[in-house]
Design a protein around this ligand. Structure first.
Ligand code: CP
Length: 361
């Protein structure tokens, strides 16, 4: 059973096939209007969403399928204390595929262990957001025509920005990618991401403090919101909330064909005046999200039809360390739900939590 929990669950070839399928869907909408007839998607959203949930819904409806689910976990039996594992064991009786957003990092991975149907991570805490990555890749392909030999500036909240983490992972598999990490000290990329990027000989990256110093070099400027909901300390949020504001003056030195991406929602980090600039691609990016999710749903359902669902909870192989360590991350699903403490052994001998990638102490 194939799931999409992390962008690297798809090979580069599979990722490009999904992007290509999305482009075919865009060009031939009628051809796909009944391909998921009789299939149901369950959208289990434990955290607010506009784009992701509604684009999944719209995607399944455009494929001829149906959608069930909840957009507020308080209206489900989660409010009575039902675990992720039990919830998906129930949902599998009603749906053929699940898209889950959860505030706990690793919750969709737990779901994938018990669902028996494909599970799509629709964003887990500040960890990962692989379908936003597919959206970003389709947008980059349509706007720039390539994924390689590009300079990208990621600006804003790189610490909690799950879309940034996932897109960097996906792009780091291509040649000629140069990344500028533009953030205040408090919002630097997490250590596990910096370590992974340092180990990747293909990827060139540098941390900087202003967007102005790198603007002329950029092919893509990826803006992000400072996410109030992720801060445990409100004073820290107040200190960094206005760190970066993109306005037309700052774009004067940018390339004429640079594109500006943003996963949205935005607050004040891109002024309204920028919306009229042809380089502002963030609303085109939203529309691409629906098409790429159509391609993903179709692909995962086809793969599920080829391999019968695995009916039991999984047995972990020796690649993992099970129940010998404890994850130190309070935002990890393993901190609050009764799941196996599951650690992946890394080539350097260290262990990282399989749910949230935090290093074991
Ligand atoms: N980009 C994104 O994940 O938006 P939503 O939070 O509205 O789903």
């Amino acid at each position: 059973m194939r799931h999409l929990i992390d962008p690297t669950d798809l090979t580069v070839r599979e990722t490009e096939q999904i992007v290509a399928l999305a482009e075919d869907i865009i060009a031939n909408r009628a051809k796909y209007s009944e391909v998921c007839k009789g299939k149901k998607l369950a959208t289990l959203f434990y955290e607010p969403s506009t784009r992701t949930r509604l684009s999944f819904t719209s995607a399944m409806l455009e494929l001829g399928g149906q959608v069930i689910g909840f957009s507020d976990a308080n209206s489900s039996s989660v409010s009575k204390g039902e675990t992720v594992a039990d919830t998906v064991r129930v949902i599998r009786c009603f749906a053929d595929i699940i898209a889950m957003r959860h505030f706990k990092e690793g919750a969709p991975l737990v779901a994938s262990q018990y669902a028996g149907v494909p599970v799509i991570n629709a964003g887990d805490g500040s960890h990962s957001h692989p379908t936003q990555t597919l959206t970003d890749l389709l947008t980059i392909k349509r706007e720039k025509g390539r994924f390689d030999h590009m300079t990208i500036g990621f600006c804003g909240d790189l610490k909690f920005g799950r879309t940034v983490h996932s897109l960097i992972k996906a792009l780091s598999r291509y040649e000629g990618i140069k990344v500028f990490l533009i953030s205040p000290e408090e919002l630097r990329l997490p250590d596990y991401m910096l370590a992974e990027m340092s180990e990747n000989s293909k990827l060139e990256f540098r941390e900087v403090r202003t967007m102005e110093e790198v603007m002329p070099e950029l092919d893509v400027l990826y803006m992000t919101r400072v996410q109030k909901e992720r801060f445990l300390d409100e004073e820290e949020f107040d200190r960094v909330k206005n760190s970066f504001v993109l306005n037309p003056e700052k774009l004067l030195t940018a390339k004429k064909d640079m594109i500006i991406l943003h996963p949205l929602p935005r607050v004040n980090e891109i002024t309204r005046a920028v919306d009229n600039d042809p380089r502002a691609a963030y609303f085109r990016q939203v529309e691409n999200g629906k098409f790429v999710r159509m391609a993903l749903i179709l692909t995962l359902l086809r793969w599920a039809d080829e391999n019968r669902p695995f009916p039991h909870t999984p047995v972990f192989n020796e690649e993992y360390v099970v129940n010998e360590l404890v994850c130190p991350n309070r935002r990890c699903i393993s901190a609050t739900e009764d799941v196996d403490q599951l650690f992946r052994r890394m080539p350097d001998g260290t262990c990282r939590c399989a749910y949230c990638e935090t290093k074991a102490r």
